[in-house]
Structures are given as C-alpha cells and as structure tokens.
Design a protein around this ligand. Structure first.
Ligand code: SF4
Length: 448
C-alpha cells in the first residue's frame, strides 16, 4: 500500500530547509504522496527512511525500459491524468509488426522502413522505436529465424510476440542481449513465461481477458519478483480499449492501485483492416494513455502526423521548446550580409531561419534567449525589448563579423527601434516584416 502524506512526513527530516523546491517538509511529503515529486529531491533523507519511502516515492505508473544502449526505450513513469496538470513523462513507443508468415521481401521492406522513416521537425528528429516480431506460424524455428533476422537488421528495441513459452524461448535465444519485451504472459502460461523473463532480465508484457484478470496476474507476478511489467487488458474494440486505458490510468493514479500501475501496450493493428482507421485509433492511444502502440505497417501519410501528435502531447507545457542563444550563419554570409534578430522560441527560430534559407540571401541571424517565448509574447513580457537586445547584441560579438551597422528587427517590435538606436549608438535599426513568409522578399531588397 502506498503511504499517505502524513506517514511520509513522519519519515522526513522536518527541518523545512526548502532545498527540495517547496518551502516545507510537509508540502514535499504531500507532493511525494501524489506522485508529483521525486524522493531524490531531498538530500537529507536517511537511508532507513529511503527504504520505507521507496514505494511511496515510485511513480504510480512504474517506468519500464525495453532494450538497451542508445535505442533503449523508457515507457511509463506517468504521474498525472492530464498533461496540463504537470506533463506526460515518457512518450509511447511506436512499433511496426513483422510476422513470421510474411514473405522475406515484405520483412526486408519493413526493416528498411524502421531504419529510414524519420522526420525533422523544429530541430528534432522524429522516428519510431520498436519492432514487434510475431509468431503467427506456430513454428518455433521460423519464429526464431525471424527474431535473429530482425535483431541483425534493426537497431530498434524488440518485442517478441508468442503465447507459446517454448517458441518465445527459442526466439529469445537469438536476441537475449537486446533485452526484448516478451509478449505475453497469460493465465495459461504465467509461470513459464515469467521464469523466462526473470532468467533473461527482460521486461514482460502481461495479457488478461479483462482489467480485473489483468490485476490478478500482475499481483501474482510481482509477488514472484517480476516487476518490470507492461500490461494489456485484451480489449480489441476501440470503445472497450479506450475505456480500459482510462480505467487503468485512473486506478493507478487516483486510487494508487499498484496492480494496474504499469505502462500499457495497445494494438491498433488488431482492431481494424483499414489503414486510416488504424491511424486514428493510434492517435487516440497517443493521447489516452498507451505506453506502446503496435501498428500493422508504417505509412508516411499517417506516421508523420502520429509522430507530430506525440511530440506535441509529450513536450512539457511549462517549458517551451527553445533554441540556443547565439549567432547563426545562413547561406554562407560575409561582412556585408544583413543581420536579423529574433527570439529563441524554437518554432519562431525555425520559421525565420527557414525563410532566410529560402531567400538564398546570405545572412546573419542573432537569436536572443527569451526563455523560449515567441517574439510577441517575449516583447509583451519585457524580455525582448531594446534595453535587453542592445546590450546582448554588443556582447555577442556579431559586430566584428559585419562591416555595416544595420540591424533588422521583427516588425512586431517596431516600437523598440528608437530605444535600440539609443542602446546601439551609430547603428541603423531597420524594421523587417511581421510575418516570416515575407522575409525572402524583404531580404532581396537588402543593400549594405
Ligand atoms: Fe524537508 Fe528535505 Fe525538503 Fe529540506 S529538502 S524541506 S529537509 S523535505
């Protein structure tokens, strides 16, 4: 059973030093109890208290790592029902299904997609993480051969799918070092599959025929010392699967019900034959509340929107995506090239730099740290005004890179031009366009 805030408080040092980020030990205890703080934030907890508190301080949905090395995937670790309450912690892994009844050419094509389908967006690379290798033939040799081929042909993390423990064991021999997720332990094979997971230190997926049965199975497994679990309620209709996701998340977070406190695995691939409907189901699971989503195939027209949706939902709403402050060279500028300034909100930076690039005009772009706020917002908040831009620009050293003294500011902060002329004596302040789309036409009129 999880401890209450008061029970946790009794084990804390009670010095109210505030080093954990909240003013009192009681406030920290309450945050720990609700899963909104990490015990490691208090440097003064005794070892004895740590032991007592380990359960209370673990997130209500336990984190699980699949695979190893650079491509290891961490799922779970969630602490809130709704993103705006704090943030979602670990984005769901997206898997492509490869079956041992598929033709070699189909397997090769899918492996190729796993390795190559990735997209650049606001300076980040969006890609998938998992391959689900499925035993459909029932032939242990075929399944093992496929596991070997996929393990050699992809650096993604692996899911081995078979309810036959002997077939799982054969496939696992070919890729045990990759620490795949074993799918799945059921009420019929529980002991054998659990033993396999334990012996090989692999995470284990558990499949029930209902949420209730699932909770019984996870209780048995945790009692047997198998705790690295991913759960599947077995539902394969959209309505029931959605309901199960919400029930599981709510039971784990709101009721602190440990038997359901694990990341989930979902199968849009098994809910429809229609690729677009499958993408819509996957989109639903990204929002509510899958840890892993297994797709029948990767199609560019649906995968890209899914990856962008995932990016948007799993960014921290309290921390805007930001670009590093500094001087950016675009299209190989020289000392007579124009100099523009903008804020460091990532989307602003990528729009502005993209439009400068499109213009083909060699340019300098000075990006000012505005704590990740856009031009308008940071200006309104007093973080992108003349008295801030002027000194920062002087300090940046950009003046040594150009022989003119002209600065192009965003049209939205035209009101700062007078102030900037005072901050930067001798400089001419030019008011550029308000919209990024107008930058190429504006730059083509540039004269040093
Ligand atoms: Fe209390 Fe520890 Fe927080 Fe200090 S850091 S206020 S001792 S919980």
């Amino acid at each position: 059973m999880a401890l209450t805030g008061i029970e946790i408080f009794k084990l804390l040092p009670k010095t109210n030093c505030g080093e954990c980020g909240v003013p009192t030990c009681l406030a920290f205890a309450m945050n720990l109890a609700s899963g909104k703080a990490d015990l490691s934030a208090c440097p003064y907890v005794s070892d004895e208290a740590k032991e007592h508190l380990s359960e209370a301080s673990a997130p209500p949905i336990l984190p699980v790592t699949i695979g190893g090395g650079d491509r290891a995937l961490k799922v779970g670790g969630e602490t809130v029902m709704f993103r705006h309450e704090k943030r979602f912690e670990n984005q769901p892994g997206i898997a492509i299904l490869i079956s041992d009844t598929m033709a070699d050419s189909d397997v090769d094509a899918r492996l190729e997609k796993c390795q190559t389908m990735s997209y650049e967006r606001v300076g980040l690379t969006l890609s998938t993480e998992l391959v689900a290798v499925k035993d459909e033939s029932g032939d242990a040799g075929k399944f093992a051969a496929l596991a070997k081929k996929v393990s050699a042909g992809s650096n993604c993390s692996l899911i081995l799918m078979s309810e036959n423990p002997d077939n799982l064991a054969s496939a696992l021999k070919e890729c045990a070092d990759r620490k795949p997720l074993l799918y799945a332990a059921t009420k019929d094979n529980l002991d054998k599959v659990a033993e396999l997971a334990k012996e090989n230190s692999c995470p284990l997926a558990v499949k029930g025929s209902s949420v209730e049965e699932l909770a019984e199975l996870t209780e048995k497994l945790t009692a047997a010392g198998v705790k690295n679990l991913v759960i599947d309620s077995g539902s394969r209709t959209v309505r029931q699967a959605f309901q199960d996701q919400v029930i599981i998340r709510s039971a784990a977070l709101n009721n602190k019900f440990r038997p359901l406190g694990f990341p989930t695995i979902t199968f849009p691939a098994e809910m429809t034959d229609n690729p677009m409907k499958e993408a819509m189901i996957a989109a639903m699971f990204i929002a509510k509340y899958a840890g892993i989503i297994v797709l029948s195939d990767f199609l560019g027209e649906s995968l890209f929107p899914l990856l962008v949706e995932r990016l948007n939902i799993y960014t921290d709403p309290q921390r805007p995506l930001a670009t590093t402050e500094g001087i950016y060279e675009i299209n190989n500028p020289d000392d007579s090239s124009p100099l523009m300034v903008t804020s460091n909100f990532s989307l602003t930076y990528f729009i502005v730099s993209g439009e400068i690039e499109n213009s083909k005009v060699p340019s300098w772009l000075y990006v000012k740290d505005t704590e990740g706020l856009s031009v308008m917002t940071s200006w309104a908040a007093g973080k992108f005004s003349a008295d801030i831009i002027g000194p920062a620009l002087k300090k940046s050293g950009v003046a040594d890179k150009i022989k003119h003294q002209k600065l192009i500011i965003p049209g939205y902060i035209a009101a700062e031009s007078g102030g900037l002329e005072e901050e930067l004596p001798g400089w001419e302040i030019l008011v550029g366009p308000r919209e990024g789309a107008h930058i190429p036409a504006y730059l083509k009129t540039w004269k040093a």
